[in-house]
Design a protein around this ligand. Sequence first.
Ligand code: NAD
Length: 313
Amino acid sequence: MRAVVTGAAGFIGSHLCAHLLAAGDSVAGIDALTDSYDPALKERNLRGPMSCPAFTFHRADLLDAALDPVLDGADVVYHLAAQPGIRPSWGREFALYADRNVLATQVLLEAVRGRPLAKFVYASSSSVYGDARAFPTAETACPRPVSPYGVTKLAAEHLCELYRTAHGVPAVALRLFTVYGPRQRPDMAFARLLAAARGGAPFPLYGDGEQTRDFTYVQDVVTGMRDAALSGFTGVANIGGGSPVSMKQAIAAVESVAGPVAVVPRPPGPGDARHTGADITVAARAFGFRPRTALHDGIAAMAGGGEHRDGAQ
Ligand code: NAD
């Protein structure tokens, strides 16, 4: 398979590139190395894929890149490039989210339209659900994002669906539930918890700690992405870890691996869903998705190496 991965230098994108290369695919990665967090960390994420002859890297912004030479001959496009993060999506930063999540997706869909792709895999998000009323949440639940970030992910998902029905782009939108593992983005919970356990900044715990998240290990996510690409499935599917835990339980799990974590209480953040939990029946039936990594094992793998430590390289 010849794959194109947008957001290749990011947390999940770099794991996806490694997974595809290990499976024998050739991979063209695209990434603008935006300053959403330290670009040096993104460069470091690329070191593994760069050592493989089947990998080529294009430092480019989807919004103004010459995409045709990169897309020529591709069998699968995995679209992960985005401006992530919920809290900063309020206010003036929203323009970045609109550009990088919605406009960039439309530009890419226009560029792939009419090409003989086997699959276009879009990294959507559980944030499209907002405060879902049913748990675990199935794809049939009415999406009601509670953050501007979630609105942009839902808009891009609808664009994928529109280009599928109107122009035959074989799109799959995978709604990823809070992903963790080595090289996790430094703004995310487990990266911050591990940093706090190592004496870094105390962990800001928003709300009462009883909010739940369906944490999903990154290797399970990228395995599901490739399996979805190889399947005949199009449409929307949840990708979740299968056993939601509260933030208090997540902190205890990190402490059992890495030692005590200093916590500072904060009021609940605007845009934070109270609970997330994935019904993964669709993904299981359509492409055999099964989360294989227990939370404790995933945290131990993350603590063992690879995550970003307080700005260290
Ligand atoms: P990340 O920020 O580490 O990776 C995204 C990458 O996209 C970055 O390296 C950035 O430089 C690049 N990028 C952004 N805009 C670009 C553009 N216009 N052109 C080229 N490159 C661009 O984020 P991540 O956590 O790896 O997330 C990857 C994808 O998965 C995103 O689409 C995100 O919305 C989605 N997602 C992530 C999670 C999670 O828990 N991490 C959960 C649900 C969905």
